[in-house]
Write a protein that binds this ligand. Sequence first.
Ligand SMILES: Cc1cc2nc3c(=O)[nH]c(=O)nc-3n(C[C@H](O)[C@H](O)[C@H](O)COP(=O)(O)OP(=O)(O)OC[C@H]3O[C@@H](n4cnc5c(N)ncnc54)[C@H](O)[C@@H]3O)c2cc1C
Length: 352
Amino acid sequence: MSRLSVQERVPLAALTTLGVGGPARWLVEAADEASVIDAHAWARARGIALRILGGGSNVVVADRGVDALVVRLGLRGVQARPTRDGVEVTAAAGEPWDAFVAGTVEHEWAGLECLSGIPGLVGATPIQNVGAYGQEVSDTVIAVRALDTKRGEVATVPASECGFAYRDSAFKQDVPGRWVVLAVTYRLHPGAAPTLGYADVARHLAEQGVATPSLRDVRQAVLTIRRGKSMVLDQPDDPNRRSCGSFFLNPILEASAVATVLARAGDPAMPRWLQADGRVKLSAAWLIERAGFTRGVRRGPVGLSTKHTLAIVAHDDARAADVLAFARHIQDGVFARFGVPLTPEPVLWGAG
Ligand SMILES: Cc1cc2nc3c(=O)[nH]c(=O)nc-3n(C[C@H](O)[C@H](O)[C@H](O)COP(=O)(O)OP(=O)(O)OC[C@H]3O[C@@H](n4cnc5c(N)ncnc54)[C@H](O)[C@@H]3O)c2cc1C
C-alpha cells in the first residue's frame, strides 16, 4: 500500500486556470496507480466523494469549495509501440498535454498536431473528447486505462466503449468520480501528412507561403492562432489568461429548430454546420455576439475575453459566484434573443 498524505482544507483556486473557488475538504497527490487506488479506498471507507483534478483548466470550483477527496493526478510516463499500421503511444494521465503533443510532432507522428496549445493533462483529454482546429482525441484514442471506482477495478476501455461525441464521452456522462483515467493510448501515423481541416489554419499557412506543411508547421500555425485569441497559457501578463477556454458548447439543434433561429437572427449567413446525424451545429460565439455581448464586456470582476467571445475571464477579486452569474446572464441573453439554450463546457464542482 502506498503511503497516502491526505491534506485538509486545501485551497483549489490556485490549482485551476480560472483561479476562483474555495478549498477541497481533503486533497491527495497521486504520483502512481497504487496511490490512486489507495485514495479511492480511503474515500470509500469514509463515505466521501472522489474528484479528480488534472491541470484545472476545465473546472469551476464553487466558492464554498468541494466536499470531497480531490485526487491530484501526477502519474508520468510515455511509451510508444510500433504496429503494422502506425504507432501506439500510451501516456500516463499526469503527462502535461501540450508537451506530449510537442513530442509526437517531433517524432513526426501525425494525429495530434492540431491539438497543440491546449492546457491540462493527458488524463482529461478523453473526458470531454478534447478537440480543436479539425481534430478531436476520439480520432486517435484507441483505449483508456481507468480505475472504475464503482467496481473497484482497473479496466482498459476500448474507444468503441468510450461514448465519444462532441466535447463529450461516457466518462463525462457517468457519475462524477466514477472513472479515474490512469493512461490513454493513441494510434498515431508516422510520416503521415498533417490534418488541414480548418480554414484559419490553412489560411495562416498560405499567408506564410507554406505550400506543403509539415506537422511542425501546423503545430506552429495552431499555436500562433491560439495565442492571438489568448488560448495558450504561456503569457503571464495576458489580462485574458484566467479562463477555462471556451465557457459554452456550440449548440447542436434539430434542423427544424434551426429554421426558427435563422428567422430570429434575420441573417442567412448565420454560421452553421450540418452534422452526420442530420442535426446542425451553431456557433455559440456568433450567438453571444449577436445577442449583444461584445468582446471585453465586463460585469464587475468578470467579463468576456477581449480576444475571444466564448471565454469568460476572471479578474482581480472575482469569485466563482461572479463567474456563474455572468455565465447565466449570457445564457439568458442568448435565450431571449434566439431561443437557444447554451450549455457550459467546464465542469462545476461543489455548486448546488
Ligand atoms: C486557455 C484554454 C484553452 C482551452 N482550449 C481548449 C480547446 O481548444 N479544446 C478543448 O477541448 N478544450 C480546451 N480547453 C479546456 C481544457 O483545457 C481541456 O478540457 C483539458 O483537457 C482539461 O484538462 P485538465 O487536466 O486541466 O482537466 P481538469 O480541469 O483538471 O478536469 C476537467 C474535468 O475532467 C476530470 N478529469 C481530469 N483528469 C481526469 C482523470 N485523469 N480521470 C478522470 N477524470 C479526470 C475532472 O474531474 C473534471 O471533471 C481550454 C482551456 C483553457 C483554459
